[in-house]
Design a protein around this ligand. Structure first.
Ligand code: ADP
Length: 256
């Protein structure tokens, strides 16, 4: 279980807190969606979980261990990151995914690492791309490789920062389904920021709305109401149920 308690972060001593006592709990195998306006602190929160930023106060625990106190290598075996647009450099797909094993092999990869990569490529139906240069692939394919590389870390938690930001609709759907499948099959928790509210609804188990440096609303789908969306994004929407699924329509700026 991921448990973030009273997390406080500011970039400069003369600036205000970007995170001002964030609390967030996510069960194993659940998909949590982080929502909030641009500048609300989503990336800062992710970077704190990944150890890139050092919060001034608070704790980030995963399965009872304080992530902030682990070494980089130890943290990499527990938490993997899938950024919006990954820069791999001129590597083959196989080597790009193998890089995810670095926290296990240190200086030199072993046959076990190779086997782990082969298994992931097979499971994600990427074997035919194994020897291709990753820079020659499409955005959707590259994003799949980014997930494969994160999987190679054998993490318990994956952090996705706007993973579909640069993809077309078909690829967006594909990537999110792939991530959901992996999370369900392997019990991996995912914390993901998304800006598309309907995508969030179809993908998430839990929702966390960030505003003014805190998680202002947290819960299941039932917490997503026009009032909450107005408070967070300043837009007016309606919820409609079609074929048993809830959709958000509208999005007119609120004229209050
Ligand atoms: P989001 O991911 O929700 O768009 P960010 O975490 O990127 O939000 O930013 C939160 C706030 O922190 C913003 O006001 C942003 O200007 C500020 N910020 C982000 N990165 C830095 C930085 N490196 N130095 C100073 N302020 C920053």
């Amino acid at each position: 279980m991921l448990s973030i308690d009273n997390l406080t972060f500011r970039y400069n001593t003369h600036d205000g807190n970007v995170l001002n006592g964030v609390n967030l709990q996510l069960e194993d195998g659940q998909i949590g969606i982080l929502l909030g306006k641009n500048g609300s602190g989503k990336t800062t929160l992710f970077q704190s979980i990944l150890g890139i930023r050092k919060p001034q106060k608070g704790a980030i625990c995963f399965d009872g261990e304080d992530l902030l106190k682990l070494s980089r290598k130890e943290r990499a075996r527990r938490v993997a990151y899938v950024p919006q647009d990954i820069q791999f450099g001129a590597l083959t797909v196989f080597d790009s995914v193998l890089l995810g094993r670095v926290s296990y092999f240190g200086m030199k990869s072993s046959s076990e690492d190779y086997k782990a990569v082969e298994t992931i490529l097979r499971e994600m139906h990427l074997e035919s791309l194994a020897q291709r240069n990753v820079e020659e692939l499409s955005g959707g394919e590259r994003q799949k490789i980014a997930i494969a590389r994160a999987m190679a870390q054998a993490p318990r938690l994956m952090v996705f920062d706007e993973p579909t930001g640069n993809l077309d609709i078909a690829n967006e759907q594909l990537i999110m389904e792939e991530a959901k499948k992996l999370s369900r099959e392997k019990g991996i928790s995912i914390l993901c920021s998304l800006h598309d509210l309907n995508q969030a609804l179809s993908f998430g188990d839990r929702f966390f709305f960030l505003k003014d440096g805190i998680v202002r609303y947290a819960g299941g789908q039932e917490i997503i109401t026009p009032e909450v969306i107005r408070d967070i994004f300043d837009i007016d929407v309606r919820l409609v149920v079609f074929d048993g699924e809830t959709y958000i329509i509208g999005g007119k700026p609120n004229e209050r």
